[in-house]
Write a protein that binds this ligand. Structure first.
Ligand code: NZQ
Ligand code: ZN
Length: 388
């Protein structure tokens, strides 16, 4: 049964290999000062920067450059971006990049007109915005986080060894996002597959919870099957447009609030992975991959029915003559094989975590209660140890 819910998604999407031209339709809706937010320079190498700047100029915009957004954007960068946006009276924050740029743009958007420190307000006290929000638009260059159509904004504080996400409401979601699957073709393979695992795990986080028969879980299964199939095609042929477009579209639907409607969700892999990320600064999707199998193996007995369904419906495991436990374990084995094939079967040790970090990573892991088992701190430590 589905629980009661409301649903709206405020982001307008333009999808396809010619979608950048629709920036011309969006720009006239906003004032002249546009902060152009981008990362470490990939958009300058693949030509996206030039194309975006040319459209901005054609539309008479005054461009305020804000490059250098790092993967896992930091609180220091956020504070600098807020100051720059304030100084330049920006009317639109245009993020051109992956989840880091989109997340960062949203975090700036809720802080420009606010006198309080954004880290304390949004990431420690988890308050909602109380000041005018600057609109955000996004030109996506990497598929994974779903940031292009959600209110999430994850920020890392290295001094405090915390990586925390705030999921803002619909007023903070990008007003528009431009999704051109071709842009993702210049991604290094490791980034592509980290993004693919991130997508897959977003779906798992919303699937492994609750035991009702509901449409959201069927949608989740369909998305998982599409991601698995397209990932195997894209690994062999990164230029395959069909696979790239399916991956990009699945990423958006995996985390744009749809498949969590009417059900509880888990999110413990993300809590574990994000805390490990605060210590290692490792690629987000890979931190999730490192903790996933130990976590899912641990909670399998508590959500046996769903792990059995995952095995038969997603991985095509033949249940005949097998116990529920055996079927469920074969499902996780199939997932492990797929992770191996796409190259994301990693350990936290390989991502830079060391034994002396285990207690700290456990301290930074927020324990949520929506999954099949509410973990104790001791269980968190055990799972982190098994992920090493
Ligand atoms: O910085 P540049 O030079 O642009 O390079 C980036 C970066 O090094 C590169 N890249 C992106 N598009 C490219 C490209 N390289 C070549 N060609 C392209 N087309 O890829 C690297 C990673 O980019 P990043 O934006 O960091 O990756 P991702 O999209 O995975 O974003 C990760 C951030 O999003 C957060 C993560 O925690 C992390 O901070 N998340 C946000 C979520 C949300 N908003 O709901 C949910 C997720 O679970 C996640 O936590
Ligand atoms: Zn994620």
């Amino acid at each position: 049964m589905l629980g009661n819910f409301s649903y709206v998604n405020a982001t307008k999407l333009y999808f396809g290999d010619d979608s950048l031209k629709y920036l011309n339709d969006e720009l006239p809706k906003y004032g002249e000062n546009v902060m152009l937010i981008y990362g470490g320079g990939s958009i300058k190498k693949n030509g996206i920067y030039d194309d975006v700047v040319s459209i901005l100029k054609k539309n008479g915009k005054n461009i305020v450059e804000d490059g250098g957004v790092m993967p896992n954007p930091t609180v220091e960068k956020l504070r600098d971006g807020v100051a720059k946006a304030k100084e330049n009276n920006v009317d639109l924050l245009l993020a051109v990049g992956g989840g880091s740029c989109c997340d960062y743009a949203k975090a700036v958007s809720v802080s420009v007109n606010c006198d309080e420190d954004p880290w304390d307000k949004y990431y420690i006290r988890f308050e909602e915005p109380t000041c005018e929000i600057v609109p955000v638009g996004c030109v996506l260059t990497m598929a994974g986080t779903g940031s292009e159509m959600n209110g999430g904004a994850v920020i890392t504080n290295h001094d405090e060894k915390l990586k925390i996400g705030h999921v803002f409401g619909e007023e903070v979601m990008p007003k528009f996002s431009i999704l051109n699957p071709k842009y993702t073709m210049s991604l290094p393979k490791r980034q592509m597959t980290a993004g693919i695992y991130d997508i897959f795990n977003h779906i798992c986080e919303q699937y492994f919870s609750g035991d009702d028969d509901n449409t959201s879980d069927y949608l989740a299964e369909a998305l998982m099957k599409s991601v698995i199939k397209s990932s195997l095609v894209a690994i062999d042929n990164p230029e395959d447009y069909e696979a790239r477009s399916n991956i990009m579209w699945s990423a958006t639907w995996a985390l744009n609030t749809l498949i969590s409607r009417g059900k509880s969700t888990d999110w413990m892999v993300h809590m574990l992975g994000q805390s490990a990320g605060a210590y290692t600064d490792a690629t987000h999707g890979l931190t999730l991959a490192a903790v996933s199998l130990p976590y899912y193996k641990y909670i399998l007995p508590y959500g046996l029915h769903k792990f059995k369904r995952f095995a038969t419906e997603v991985w095509g495991i033949n249940p005949e003559g097998k116990s529920d436990d055996q079927i469920a374990k074969e499902g996780l084995d199939a997932m492990a094989d797929w992770m191996e094939k796409i190259g994301v079967k990693v350990t936290l040790g390989e991502l830079g975590a060391t034994e002396d970090m285990i207690e700290g990573i456990a301290d930074g892991t927020i324990i949520l209660e929506g999954g099949y088992k509410v973990l104790s701190r001791g269980e968190v430590v055990q799972i982190i140890k098994e992920s090493m």
